[in-house]
Design a protein around this ligand. Structure first.
Ligand code: CA
Length: 330
């Protein structure tokens, strides 16, 4: 509460919401975290009244934090571990995901993930990694990310920017684009790239698993599989550095939240069709999945749902923890 208040006052536009489900990491949240560290240094564990010198130091820290930065020590990519990975013409690797059925959501979670329900998903191809800045820039010629590094996931990317990338990637490879960029409708029959449905995303994330995480139920193991607040150093990392899931997909938990095609509907699971559900027909926000570098372990489970506005244009309000990966028909 205190950190959120200070963040709002200091930036004039930063809103902070933290919790196991609706964690937010707008650009300012990183600032808030830095502030928290500074606060601890200034005030000690016992807290107390803020001194003027402390306030000045905090604003200095805010200015410095707002400058962003580069990764000084880039991570090395992980080698190919099989799983039938194919390399597309843009150089992005994709993993064949077999069709099947699974239990989506959980009965032991927030209201929007209930009830657990059986869902059938057709097979598809899914990017092995989050879309990197190198791939994004190759296709659309720009890079909106705050922390610049070619092998980092692209971030500060909106849903609308992500689907434009999908269409541009399709056109580049001679495939039929899936999205109507005026209505934002997705043609699922087209053979081009699109964002995963929320059901496809969770199905691919679980990779046959039924526990909270794709590696099991113990959050203590998350550090081996994901970049999250417990090990990220408050920044995203190059893709593919953690252990993959059983189907060879990297960073499905953590690093950046991943846009899905679906509109978000908090009550959707109560009425969802069982066969290839595609989300509500309309809505105000789009789904994000998987948690991010700034997320708690609780926000990195296979079933946690998040959402955000599709087309924010103010870079200060575009989250530096939002990215995506693509899918397409087999
Ligand atoms: Ca991710």
């Amino acid at each position: 509460m205190f950190a959120g208040f200070i963040g709002g006052v200091a930036s004039g536009r930063v809103w902070v919401f933290r919790g196991s489900k609706h964690e937010r990491s707008y650009r300012g949240l990183r600032v808030v975290w830095r502030f928290c560290s500074l606060k601890a240094a200034l005030l000690g564990r016992g807290g107390g009244k803020l001194r003027l010198g402390g306030i000045a130091a905090i604003f200095t820290a805010l200015v410095l934090a707002g400058c962003g930065g580069q990764n000084k020590t880039p991570d090395k990519p992980q080698g190919n571990s099989g799983h039938g990975v194919i390399k597309t013409e843009c150089g992005v690797e994709m993993v064949p995901i077999p069709g099947g059925e699974f239990s989506m959501g959980t009965d032991d979670g927030p209201v929007d993930v209930k009830p657990a329900h059986r869902v059938k998903v057709d097979g598809f191809l899914m990017d092995r990694n989050e879309i990197t800045q190198e791939a994004y820039e190759k296709v659309v010629g720009k890079n909106p990310s705050r922390i610049k590094h070619p092998q980092n996931p692209v971030e500060q990317v909106t849903w609308t920017a992500a689907v434009k990338f999908c269409n541009a990637r399709s056109a580049r490879e001679g495939l039929t684009p899936c999205y109507n960029l005026k209505t934002w409708e997705c043609d699922f029959a087209a053979n081009g790239y699109r964002l995963a449905t929320e059901a496809e995303w969770e199905y691919a994330c679980r990779a046959g698993g039924t526990a909270d995480y794709y590696f099991g139920a113990r959050p203590e193991e998350l550090k081996s599989y994901a970049w999250f607040e417990g090990n990220s150093g408050s920044k995203p990392h190059a893709v593919g550095q953690r252990k993959p899931n059983a189907w060879g997909l990297n960073d499905m938990a953590g690093n950046v939240w991943e846009w899905c095609n679906d509109f978000y509907g908090a009550k959707y699971y109560r009425t969802s069709p069982a066969d290839n559900p595609r989300g509500p027909a309309q809505g105000e926000k789009r789904v994000l999945r998987g948690g991010a570098w700034s997320s708690s372990a609780d926000s990195c489970t296979s079933w946690v749902r998040n959402c955000d506005e599709a087309g924010l244009t103010d870079v200060c309000l575009t989250m530096d923890s939002n990215g995506f990966r693509c899918v397409r028909r087999k």
